[in-house]
Ligand binder design. Structure first.
Ligand SMILES: CC(=O)N[C@H]1[C@@H](OP(=O)(O)OP(=O)(O)OC[C@H]2O[C@@H](n3ccc(=O)[nH]c3=O)[C@H](O)[C@@H]2O)O[C@H](CO)[C@@H](O)[C@@H]1O
Ligand SMILES: C=C(OP(=O)(O)O)C(=O)O
Length: 438
């Protein structure tokens, strides 16, 4: 296990370039399985989850060629389907959440797809019903081996149909779309998730020859085609990283410019930070955050009641930024209720922030009230363990603003989603070192 040592309380300054979007990359990489032709993908983040997925694709027989630091070509023209039944796959396939999205393309192109129970953040129950109900609707036979936690779907021919998803699942929608593009006839998916990740996936599939309409809405119509061809795709900047850097700037009172953010794809994110009182200036496609010398003040609602920040499927606010918003609120002027509706174990890390001196009431597993210090009291350095990717970065931001030297263990959780984080933070002046072991 790796460890970060962080000397907090220093102002940072400079430019930071967001990495390519992790959750988009997980979908896009799985889509290379849909064609025997070459697919070129750019702006792939160099993070643990993505590198694990690339290794899985390579083990399945996909020809993987790293063209430059963040660009690869993939060619799935000689797939070894037996690998999916191997003990190695049962182990490696469970190492991340994104591997589940290999099932849809494999089912559509080769008539079968298997996957061990996928990993990812331990942030509450993470069911897969939406995925498999979608495949079953398309005509696939489903089986589940409870002893091995091993899922499988098989079908000689998928047939397009109308379906209403039980929830707007991000990876579930991506999986069903990737199966439906090669099904016979027309599929409609209502209550589809429509995050920019999915919009990007649908645009890529259309460039490969798919016929998907309704992109960006919650009703997708997919006319099945016989085959798909190669294409080139470039990932959007990671909106969760962008939100993390906004939070970092505010908490450390730093002047930061986040470069090339693709503003038009950020949805509610700038608004939510603005409601916390943070000044964000649009400069071309960059976000400029001035030094918040006098802190930042949370806005109440028009009627004077306390602001609530809650997550919702897109175009609502992403749950992946709520931990960061919560940390930022600990130094704001005012109060806010954070309501994490989707996941039931994502707010437990607040205990650590309370140890550091933050004023937080964890009302129940889904809701926390934060009373900001307005920088009148600094958080105190401490030793902590990163429980999940976003709690991890939030604790790191707290440590960078705290008085003294903090230690964070289990930083592999942070490495899952944040590329070369030590180097990038050091470049803007952070005092952070990485150690292997505890
Ligand atoms: C690899 C990847 O892309 N991971 C993202 C993806 O995970 P993932 O696709 O696994 O998450 P889902 O969208 O399936 O669902 C997330 C959670 O929200 C609940 N839910 C979902 C939809 C809904 O309308 N109502 C509802 O309550 C689900 O029951 C589940 O507990 O989307 C999540 C929700 O944005 C993000 O946190 C994850 O970072
Ligand atoms: C929950 C997340 O990731 P995953 O779905 O891969 O666990 C996340 O990115 O915040």
């Amino acid at each position: 296990m790796g460890t970060f040592k962080i000397e907090g309380g220093h102002q940072l300054k400079g430019d930071i370039q967001p990495q390519g979007a992790k959750n988009e990359a997980l979908q896009i990489l799985c889509a290379v399985l849909l064609t025997p032709e070459q697919v070129t993908i750019n702006n792939i983040p160099d993070i643990i989850d993505i590198n694990k997925l690339i290794a899985l694709l390579s083990n399945l027989g996909v020809k993987v060629n790293r063209v430059s630091d963040y660009s690869y070509t993939f060619q799935a023209d000689d797939i070894n389907l037996d690998y999916m039944q191997s003990a190695e796959f049962k182990k490696e396939g469970s190492g991340l959440r994104g591997s589940i999205m290999m099932v849809g393309p494999l089912l559509a192109r080769f008539g079968k797809g298997y996957i061990p129970k996928p990993g990812g953040d331990k942030i509450g129950r993470r069911r897969l019903d939406t995925h498999f109900e979608g495949f079953i609707n398309l005509g696939a036979k489903f089986r589940y081996n409870r002893e091995e936690y091993f899922y499988g779907v098989e079908s000689d021919e998928l047939i397009g149909t109308d379906m209403l998803l039980d929830e707007a699942s991000v990876t579930g929608t991506a999986n069903i779309v990737m199966a439906a593009v090669l099904a016979k006839g027309t599929t409609t998916i209502y209550n589809a998730a429509c995050e920019p990740y999915l919009q990007q996936l649908c645009k890529m599939l259309n460039r490969m020859g798919a016929k998907i309409s309704g992109v960006g809405s919650n009703l997708l119509t997919i006319e099945g085609v016989d085959q798909l061809g190669g294409t080139e795709h470039t990932m959007l900047p990671d909106m969760i990283e962008i939100g993390s850097w906004i939070g970092l700037a505010a908490m450390t009172k730093s002047e930061l410019t986040i470069k090339n953010v693709s503003w038009d794809d950020l949805g509610q994110i700038p608004n939510v930070f603005a409601k916390l009182g943070i000044t964000l200036e649009r400069r071309g496609d960059d976000i400029y955050i001035p030094e918040h010398k006098d802190g930042y003040e949370i806005q109440n609602y028009i009627d004077g009641s306390i602001l609530t920040i809650a997550d919702a499927p897109w175009p609502g606010f992403t749950p992946d930024l709520l931990s960061i918003v919560l940390v930022v609120a600990t130094q704001a002027r005012g109060e806010v209720l954070i309501h994490q509706k989707m996941f039931e174990s994502r707010l437990f890390f607040t205990d650590k922030l309370i140890d550091m001196g933050a004023k937080i009431i964890l009302c129940d597993p889904h809701r926390a009230t934060v009373i900001g210090h307005d920088f009148k009291s600094q958080l105190k350095a401490t030793t902590m363990v990163s429980p999940d990717i976003r709690a991890g970065i939030s604790l790191l931001i707290a440590a960078l603003s705290a008085k003294g030297t903090s230690t964070i263990h289990n930083i592999e959780q942070i490495d899952r989603g944040y590329q070369h984080i030590v180097k990038r933070l050091q470049r803007i002046g952070a005092k952070i070192e990485r150690f292997e072991g505890n």
